[in-house]
Ligand binder design. Sequence first.
Ligand code: GDP
Ligand code: IMO
Ligand code: MG
Length: 436
Amino acid sequence: MTEKSHSTSLTVVVGSQWGDEGKGKITDYFAGDCDYVVRFQGGNNAGHTVIVESEVYKLHHIPSGVLYPHPVSVIGNGVVINPKGLIEEIESLKERGVEPNLKVSDRAHVIMPYHIVMDECLTGHQGDLAAGSTKRGIAPVYADKAYRHGIRMGDLLEPAIFEEKLQRAYQFNKKVVTQAFEATFDLALEDIYTDYLSYGETLKNYICDTQVDLYTAYCEGKSFLLEGAQGVSLDLDHGLYPHTTSSNTVAGQINVGTGIGFNGQRRIIGVAKAYVSRVGISPFPTELDGDEAELLREKGQEYGTTTGRPRRVGCLDLVQLRQAVRVNGLTEIALTKIDILCAMTELKICTAYNISGESVSEMPGSLGKMRQAVPEYSTLKGWPEISKKQIEMYCNNGYEDLPDSIKDYVSFIEQAVDCPVTIISLGPQRHQTIVR
Ligand code: GDP
Ligand code: IMO
Ligand code: MG
């Protein structure tokens, strides 16, 4: 038997709210010390922002470690890929002097043009039960995977197999669009076939059996950083169903979405904003409105990275965060955007929901209950405006130097959700970070 190390350093970064918590920033912060940075679910519905000095990168498929020369970036089998989008992402990085060291799983499913048409039809059909999708074809591609007529990245390298599978999937989707939804379907099968074979040709040097590569690295004791997309409330099983995405966003998905049975010690970091944002449709108990919301949205620049939609904003919700701790098995929390939540005399934090007169501290599975949930708040003291110079100072001097009101906010969260906050983010830049 070959000697296996299994002493791997494994760090998982997942979203603890509704997505857009700053996973890209936190992943980038740790990626420089890792050998592999891996995406394991979701697709280009994700938009992860990494800012390095004056350069802003918005990544959709490619892991947020790509800006360092050392780590290998891997798109695992659990991810769904729009190959045209991926090619554009690679080209745009190359134009900016970044040569992606990238591997793409041959088992990852492919987002096809008819998935995007279906996404539009579904959203219209679902009405008030829709999630307000990113229209990237995410639900239909995962549905086709489950129907077992999906197309995988490896198929784009095998013309005969691709044609055989495409015939079935195309006919199915065309029938649903034209007959069930009675909508227009003007995609020609021949065009899709030619275009997608050419995407396969362009991407062929990246497509491989990532399971085997990752396993070899795992046995050699290499270090891994696994980057989640979306957040716990968007998880297909554990989120606020049906207002979710169509993949499992929680840390438990790392094994399935990479094909590696990681079985050692792991660090699981849940990223949470100091407040909450939500892009899309669902009950949102702590949502703010009017001037208060407008102010926070502008200050935090809360506009979707993928779609540009204004994000709904609200107070920090500890019922949601408590669920994130439990479901992901978080070992720690990274709290972002502390710098945005400044210059307010007081801050409200939701500790429980009042549902029909009952105080509920754990996230209910019932949509009916979530529609009725009224937040119960604790009120904490705010902190003053923080200048760029002060941010530099706090980041140099460390946690203890922060204003007491910030430390009280952090302690309150730790106590309420029973998980340590070990990372404080005070700005979008890599160095605007305090690790305790
Ligand atoms: P992700 O999807 O979780 O990676 O998050 P997004 O990139 O969609 O949205 C987070 C936004 O917040 C991005 O514009 C980041 O540059 C920014 N950001 C992350 N952390 C901080 C922080 O601590 N302070 C401020 N001001 N911005 C931050
Ligand atoms: P990152 O990784 C925020 C939301 C959509 C919609 C629901 C379903 O950047 O945090 P989908 O297109 O997945 O079928 O949409 O999920 N959504 C996100 N919201 N950040 C994301 O990703 C999201 N990805 C999907 O707005 O409500
Ligand atoms: Mg995002």
